[in-house]
Design a protein around this ligand. Structure first.
Ligand SMILES: Nc1ncnc2c1ncn2[C@@H]1O[C@H](COP(=O)(O)OP(=O)(O)OP(=O)(O)O)[C@@H](O)[C@H]1O
Ligand SMILES: [Mg+2]
Length: 299
């Protein structure tokens, strides 16, 4: 893995800072999300959780992402796919302002979350990272007990609820409870890689985000752990909106409702080729570049 990815993973903790559950409020906010005018490729309606509009992203002078516009619907799984270096992780990290943590970067354009631009001056990026959580490629539990991993974000925010309940519920929702319920005080680093990744998912959902960003969350895992994560994503979408980067076409096909396909132009800048329903993008792509990529002819 390269150093830039490592850098962002160091900041993973920031994404989980936060507080107690405000479920009803959040559901109401999600319901009031203004649906933007439907584009031809996006005619199926439903509330929009996040809309990216005219996004350009720069690492210093390097124009890494060009003119991306894309919508993510509430309670759907959207997969971001494309060849290495096409900006998938960069786009993902713009959504919860995780890129702010990389010096010298700049995002132009809008990322509307429940209709509000997350880059507006009056938006607190720490609060955004709680409401839009993130799970990384490499599981990154804190070197603390399983229990403390889950309660960490809630404690920071002075959560007043029942911590035991929070731990059990989060672990159940991450399909890990049965495997760890007798060793909650054990150091999380002693879990297997697949268990650690489900713990990271449990830690993310413990602070009740609305959106979960996942950057290749299963690429470091064995097939059984991968399939557990995939099953989990399928269950989590009932409650959360999920945006996932994956290099695995079969995985995108299995778990996502929508897929967005990115490529790089001749200046090595990433751009969106097309997006839409996963089935259509895979079986009836509008763009021949998509077809070539899906059928494995390049990338
Ligand atoms: N911290 C950084 N500083 C400078 N350039 C970066 C940084 N992170 C990414 N880039 C560059 O931005 C471009 C997009 O990178 P990004 O990591 O978003 O691609 P990706 O599609 O996620 O690739 P992969 O599939 O390999 O993970 C690449 O050219 C990359 O080298
Ligand atoms: Mg990446």
């Amino acid at each position: 893995m390269d150093s830039k990815t490592d850098t962002s993973e160091e900041f993973a903790g920031d994404s989980t800072e936060a507080g107690g559950s405000q479920d009803a409020l959040k559901r109401a906010m999600a319901a009031s999300t203004s649906a933007t005018a439907a584009a031809p490729e996006d005619t199926d309606g439903g509330p929009v959780a996040v809309e990216i509009a005219d996004l350009n992203f720069f690492y210093g002078d390097f124009h890494a992402v060009t003119d991306v516009s894309l919508r993510f619907r509430t309670n759907e799984v959207t997969a971001l796919i494309g060849p290495s270096g096409c900006g998938k992780s960069t786009v993902l990290r713009t959504i919860n302002r995780m890129n702010d943590l990389i010096p010298g970067t700049r995002a132009d354009g809008r990322v509307l979350f429940n209709g509000k631009n997350v880059y507006d001056d009056d938006v607190d990026p720490v609060e955004i990272r709680r409401r839009i959580g993130m799970v990384f490629q490499k599981p990154n539990p804190f070197p603390k007990s399983i229990y403390d991993n889950i309660t960490w974000g809630a404690r920071i925010n002075g959560y007043k609820g029942d911590y035991d309940e929070l731990v059990e519920n989060s672990l159940r929702r991450a399909a890990l409870w049965d495997e760890v319920k007798d060793k909650l005080r054990q150091n999380a680093l002693r879990l297997s890689g697949g268990q650690q990744q489900r713990l990271c998912i449990a830690r993310t959902i413990a602070v009740e985000p609305e959106i979960i960003l996942m950057d290749e969350p299963a690429s470091a895992l064995d097939p059984i752990s991968t399939s557990k994560i995939e099953d989990l994503i399928f269950e989590l979408k009932e409650r959360f909106t999920i945006i996932i980067v994956t290099h695995n076409m079969q995985q995108a096909g299995r778990i996502s409702d929508k897929t967005a396909f990115f490529m790089v132009n001749d200046k090595r800048s990433g751009y969106l080729v097309e997006w839409g329903k996963t089935r259509e993008l895979f079986f009836n792509p509008k763009d021949e570049r998509t077809e070539a990529y899906i059928s494995g002819r390049f990338g």
